[in-house]
Write a protein that binds this ligand. Structure first.
Ligand code: 0O2
Length: 225
């Protein structure tokens, strides 16, 4: 996830020709992106507030960092084409749940579930989907807790609910996912090596997961002292 919040407001940054696919809906597209950017900020703030409260209760910070990203136009159009839906602003809003993304990097695995529970208790948002890739890792070895959340944004004359994808993961899970993502896009891997590399990546994901568990155990031991 790159930090590309600017794109929501800066048509100049969008590759030439990309707008052709919107069939004259450029203004509506920019407006929709500004709503997603607002929803993303709302969610980021919610996590910052939770972190402050958590700090007060447990005397430690559960969040190491928060990253936000808006999906690029190219990535939005590629996904719409992949799922076979005509590219219109209405369809983008209806079909995609990850235009706005917030990634919360936590210290320990239990912090992830505690933050997700705290978020679920807030009465102005709806958690509409949960994918637990920590208890059920992806075949690649990928681990994170994904939530699709609907959060209100308050505009000059209306309140609007927008979907945001929240990814919660530990520093260790984030380290693995970032490097795996980079390695996956290396194009020059010979096909006969693909399986072996996939297996090695799965093994490193297992090692990372064991380390996370050990760090959690150490923290619990210290808390019992
Ligand atoms: P980016 O960089 O986040 O924009 P969906 O259509 O969204 O309902 P999908 O696409 O299967 O279903 O969503 P999934 O798998 O729940 O989550 C997709 C996102 O999770 C990806 O976003 C990645 O950020 C992350 N992710 C999922 N699997 C892997 C993996 O094997 N390795 C790594 N490094 N990340 C993974 P995008 O859109 O691909 O990218």
């Amino acid at each position: 996830m790159q930090e590309i919040r600017r794109v929501a407001y800066a048509p100049g940054l969008i590759a030439e020709g990309v707008y052709d696919q919107l069939r004259g809906q450029e203004k509506e597209y920019m407006r929709l992106m500004s709503y997603y950017a607002s929803a993303m900020l709302e969610m980021e703030t919610k996590f910052k507030v939770l972190s402050i409260e958590f700090n007060g209760r447990f005397a430690r910070n559960p969040i190491e960092s928060i990253k936000t990203r808006m999906k690029t136009p190219g990535s939005i159009f590629e996904k719409m084409n992949r799922i076979g839906v005509p590219i219109t602003v209405e369809n983008i809003e209806r079909e995609l749940s990850d235009v706005a993304g917030v990634r919360v990097i936590c210290s320990f695995v239990d912090d992830i579930y505690r933050l997700a529970d705290m978020l679920a208790l807030q009465d102005d948002i709806y958690i509409i989907r949960t994918k637990d890739y920590i208890r059920h890792p992806k075949e690649s070895g990928y681990r994170s807790l994904h939530l699709i959340v609907e959060t209100p944004i308050f505009l000059s004359s209306e309140k609007r609910f927008m979907r945001v994808e929240v990814q919660l993961r530990t520093i260790a899970m984030d380290f693995w996912a970032s490097l795996e993502h980079k390695l996956r896009y290396k194009k020059d891997i010979p096909p006969e090596k693909t399986q072996q590399i996939a297996r090695q990546l799965q093994e490193t994901a297992e090692a990372v997961s064991r380390t996370d568990q050990q760090m959690l155990e150490i923290r619990r031991q210290i808390e019992r002292l």
